[in-house]
Design a protein around this ligand. Structure first.
Ligand code: TYM
Length: 325
């Protein structure tokens, strides 16, 4: 592979959190040095769960600011809003016409919805979500898709759809690969389950100090008393601390877990301090970017143009292959 094309997206459904950061944003920012990177704000996807126009706009702007503050460089990576390149919905339809129902019925977001036996019926958008995601990836001829573990199934669906299209219509689509970093594939949340906006168990990247501290101090622990030894291997405090502290600092915490005599509250305070310090330069950068009123819009406008040009090329090829032109 000469220069790989890298692509990934984030849904603007709330504040981004440290699961998003380590699972996807950090790897994506590293990839911008090694290929042609395209990263987008998945606002069409957000419509499956957010039906408040003002919120979609605010969260979208927030995602762009967060990503830029964390190190996405618009000179190296193309940052754009998914809906600024509406060809993706056209490709979604074409892929839908080869996408088997059972494959989509097996996808986890839809299955989870059914399993929770909610009163609200599943929406078609939720069911069709993986096809839109496949269109995102295939529209930009992507080779590599950096994501957290929870998106692996969606990249597999994308591969299946690309292969099927290629079998039927000739080799028109690139078959992509997920890139998942094993050590950060699933960052735990405050309650020990996967950190996720939909579980309400997140530590946001750019929270207020007091609010973040309260969340970290609220990490769920067992009732082992202060004096008693504790198991570092099963503690999400240690798992999270490892993301922010040096190996020597982690070793000290692990030792103190095993030795007893230090309470969970102390460990949580140390974790909070490490998180707060880690994101200090990003907080400063974010405030700077935010004070330049037009910056985000300029980046997104330029991103939309660059992404749109690639998308149009792919669509011309696909339309012609399937018989639409
Ligand atoms: P989203 O917005 O839920 O999450 C964005 C990225 O963050 C990763 N992530 C995590 N990684 C590790 N541990 C966690 N606790 C954690 N929580 C979230 C996710 O795996 C993801 O990589 N469907 C996608 C958005 C999307 C997309 C795409 C991604 C739409 N089209 C095309 C790649 C390619 C989503 O909802 O991500």
């Amino acid at each position: 592979m000469a220069t790989p094309r890298i692509l990934s997206g984030i849904k603007p459904t709330g504040q981004l959190h440290i699961g998003n950061y380590f699972g996807m944003m950090r790897p994506a920012i590293d990839w911008q040095e090694r290929g042609e990177a395209y990263y987008f704000i998945a606002d069409y996807h957000a419509l499956t769960s957010v039906h408040d126009p003002q919120a979609i706009r605010e969260y979208s702007r927030g995602v762009a600011l967060d990503f830029l503050a964390c190190g996405l460089d618009p000179a190296k990576a193309v940052l754009f809003r998914q809906s600024d390149v509406p060809q993706v919905t056209e490709l979604t339809w074409i892929l839908s016409c080869v996408a088997p129902m059972p494959m989509l019925e097996n996808c986890h977001a839809y299955k989870d919805h059914l399993a929770r036996k909610q009163e609200e019926p599943a929406l078609h958008g939720l069911f069709a979500y993986p096809v839109l995601m496949a269109a995102d990836i295939l529209l930009y001829d992507s080779n590599i898709v950096p994501v957290g573990r929870d998106q692996k199934q969606h990249v597999e669906v994308t591969r299946d759809l690309a292969e099927k299209m290629n079998r039927i219509f000739g080799k028109i689509l690139i078959v992509p690969e997920a890139s998942i970093r094993a050590e950060v594939e699933t960052i735990p949340g405050l309650d020990g389950r996967k950190m996720s906006k939909s579980y309400g168990n997140t530590a946001p990247l750019f929270d207020e100090e007091k609010s973040l501290k309260k969340k970290i101090m609220g990490i769920v622990t067992d009732s082992t008393p202060v004096e008693a030894p504790k198991d570092p291997a099963s503690s999400s405090i240690v798992q999270l601390y490892r993301l922010f502290a040096s190996p020597a600092e982690v070793a000290v915490m692990e030792e103190q877990f095993r030795g007893g005599g230090v309470g969970y509250g102390d460990f949580k305070k140390r974790l909070f301090g490490a998180i707060w310090d880690y994101f200090a330069p990003m907080r400063t950068r974010r405030a700077e970017l935010e004070s330049d009123g037009g910056y985000v819009n300029r980046v997104l406008r330029e991103g939309a143009e660059r992404a749109g040009a690639v998308a149009e090329k792919t669509m011309a090829r696909v339309r012609s292959a399937v018989g639409l032109r």
